[in-house]
Design a protein around this ligand. Structure first.
Ligand code: E4P
Length: 217
């Protein structure tokens, strides 16, 4: 399973990249706004800055909701860097645009996916990635990981090549469960990635080893 970081914060992207296990980045308009980025030029530059750090797929989301607008915006985003993946919402015009991008060699990430039916449509349109939001599903008292398992089953049965990108990750356990049920990619906040490191027995064991090593000095 690939690891993407789900942020537009350059320091966090650098920190995750320095771990050596980062395979890409996802952003969305809310994450970009959180960084205080304003204006088209600043937005395009910020995506370029991210691409220059990771040299791997970087999802940049369109804010248009009509076919012509999504295509126009997506073409501009794709021109920033060969690693840009155009992130398109799961709406009727979005599906048409994803098919257009697919036919024109532009990679896409179909976002705001909450059902298997939506994931089938995204795959039919040729999306490179489909992003089911598992944390938001859990928040609404359904099982987000169960949706990843269902989509994984359908995609394998049908031979769809769209990669399942588990999004809206809330904690390290989400990452482990997504790996279990066949997600191709997990996009996570830095805190969830670092959460994978944690185990009290590791801390206790290391403290003991270091104490015993002191005794040998
Ligand atoms: C990533 O592609 C999504 O935009 C993101 O994971 C959404 O996460 P949230 O539900 O924590 O906002």
């Amino acid at each position: 399973m690939k690891f993407f970081i789900d942020t537009a914060n350059l320091d966090q992207i650098r920190e995750a990249n320095d771990l050596g296990i980062l395979d890409g980045v996802t952003t969305n308009p809310s994450l970009m706004a959180k960084e205080g980025i304003k204006g088209t030029e600043a937005i395009l530059k910020h995506y370029k800055d991210i691409c220059d750090i990771v040299h791997a797929p970087v999802s940049a989301e369109v804010i248009s909701t009509d076919f012509a607008g999504i295509v126009e915006e997506g073409k501009k985003l794709a021109a920033i860097d060969p690693n840009i993946v155009v992130k398109v919402p799961m709406i009727k015009e979005g599906i048409k645009a994803i098919k257009w991008f697919t036919d024109n060699g532009i990679k896409t990430n179909c976002t705001l996916v909450f059902s298997a039916g939506q994931a089938i449509l995204a795959a039919k349109a040729g999306a490179t990635y489909v992003s089911p939001f598992i944390g938001r599903i859990d928040d609404s008292s359904w099982d987000g990981v169960e949706l990843i398992a269902q989509i994984s089953h359908i995609y394998r049965a049908q031979g769809f090549e769209t990669q399942i990108l588990a999004a809206s990750i809330r904690n390290a356990l989400h990452i482990v469960r997504c790996a279990e049920v066949g997600a191709d990619v997990c996009t996570c906040p830095l805190s969830s990635i670092l959460g994978l490191l944690k185990h009290p027995l590791t801390d206790l064991g290391l403290a003991q080893f270091l104490a015993d090593a002191k005794g040998m000095a």
